[in-house]
Design a protein around this ligand. Structure first.
Ligand code: HAM
Length: 426
């Protein structure tokens, strides 16, 4: 049998890749407008980074990591998310010591999770994410949310619901943690073995369990918002007032806990409302992680960020019929007839491309009619036709494929002519 693609992965072929490029370019431009800079970190890291960063009791670390030992007996993992690697790099490269703080970074690249594949849930997926490190100002929380909403808006996705919550600081969480233990303990036998293990280690994770989500004790669980201390609740109020100031609508959902352990204070998700999503409704997730830098060996530094997958964003665009027309079109296709003209066309093509014009020609010795068809298929704006007769007279026939008008021009003016026409059309 032929070798097939691994489960939960996909090929992105020409014809589909243009939408990916469009999304990545749009997202990068928005990030740069908000003064975020790109960072690229390795696709694999030491496994311990994710155990410590994402958290030992999370589904991601317990069940979903692609972990392997390399030939030097190192324990490595394909990154399941981007934040831990970015924070490791921030610490390792002492970015906290640079003059401009906060350090505002964005990244994109493949992430890997061994999940049960379904629409919008892949084993290899591409995240686009942002991390702002070094500021505990609630205005940064609003900035990060404004940034992600702007990316979605500029790509044309509508009907998004922003859901926010606060997970509080460590004092608030300790109080909430005890309340959760007291709540679940008498009936913990009803829960799955993972949740039983989580009860004492990390009861907040129980709220995120996929298996036990319909247990009535989930709905009646104590809400973190009732356990926020003064400072945490003030912080949350400030975040909300900044969101109000920039007129970003949101809903508060006290059950939003997120699937990674590093969060405190602000946590948020962007949900898609409407058709075309199936079971997947979360497009983007993020939040504040003020203890993560320190836990990875850096100085105490607050941080906040988000990530979304491009796969789910494309699902949103498709579900809402908003996939933009971003097909690659040619500026000029050269059609030739005769041996001498063919030789000349290689030279002309070189000149056109050197001038920045997107041009191509036939390489299969096709008949003239078939060459015209190829020009049509490639949506060439102009076709330049050269036969040995034209060549002998130093001329070339140029056809505007949209209007159908034809012009005969001097051969050495072709590049200039196409350049001018294209600029005029823009
Ligand atoms: P996360 O919620 O695990 O957070 O993932 C963020 C986003 O990645 C999800 O909302 C979804 O769009 C996408 N995603 C996750 N798993 C899959 C999958 N199997 N297939 C397709 N898309 C998926 C994080 O990863 C955090 N690092 C976000 C963050 C950044 N928090 C602070 N900074």
């Amino acid at each position: 049998m032929n070798i097939q693609i691994p489960r939960g992965t996909q090929d992105i072929l020409p014809g589909d890749i243009e939408i990916w490029q469009h999304i990545e370019e749009t997202a990068k431009k928005v990030c740069e407008r908000y003064n975020y800079q790109e960072i690229r970190t390795p696709i694999f890291e030491h496994t311990e980074l994710f155990q410590r960063g994402v958290g030992d009791t999370t589904d991601i670390v317990q069940k979903e990591m692609y972990t392997f030992t390399d030939r030097g007996e190192r324990n490595l993992t394909l990154r399941p998310e981007g934040t831990a690697g970015v924070v490791r790099s921030f610490v390792e490269n002492k970015l906290y010591g640079q003059a401009n703080q906060p350090t505002k970074l964005y990244y994109t690249g493949p992430m890997f999770r061994y999940e049960r594949p379904q629409a919008g849930r892949m084993r290899q997926f591409v995240q686009f994410g942002v991390e702002a490190l070094g500021s505990a100002d609630p205005a940064i929380d609003a900035e990060v949310l404004s940034l992600v909403m702007r990316i979605y808006k500029e790509l044309g996705v509508s009907n998004l619901k922003l859901v926010v919550n606060s997970l509080g600081d460590s004092e608030s969480r300790t109080a909430h943690r005890q309340a959760l233990i007291d709540h679940f303990k008498p009936n913990i036998a009803e829960f799955c073995s993972d949740c039983q293990g989580r009860l004492e280690k990390n009861p907040l994770r129980i709220l995120d369990c996929k298996k036990d989500s319909s247990n009535p004790l989930m709905d009646s669980a104590p809400s973190i918002l009732d356990y926020l201390n003064e400072e945490s609740s003030q912080y949350f109020e400030q975040v909300k007032s900044y969101l109000d100031a920039i007129e970003l609508p949101y809903e508060v959902d006290p059950t939003l806990v997120r699937g990674l352990d590093y969060y405190n204070h602000t946590a948020f998700e962007l949900m898609a409302e409407g058709e075309g999503f199936g079971a997947i409704t979360t497009l983007c997730g993020g939040g504040r992680y003020n203890g993560l830098v320190e836990s990875l060996g850096g100085p105490s530094t607050p941080g906040i960020g988000f990530a979304f997958s491009i796969e789910r964003l494309i699902m949103a665009l498709k579900g809402q019929n908003k996939v933009p027309e971003v097909a690659q079109k040619l500026d000029c296709y050269l059609v030739t007839l005769g041996e001498q003209a063919k030789l000349k066309s290689v030279e002309l093509l070189e000149q056109l491309r050197a001038a920045g014009i997107k041009a191509d020609k036939d390489y299969l010795d096709k008949k003239m009619k078939a060459q015209f068809k190829a020009a049509d298929r490639l949506q060439a704006a102009f076709t330049a036709v050269l036969g040995d007769d034209e060549l002998a007279n130093n001329i070339i026939n140029v056809k505007n494929m949209e209007t159908g008008t034809q012009e005969q021009i001097a051969l050495d003016e072709l590049t200039l002519y196409i350049e001018k026409e294209i600029q005029g059309g823009k």
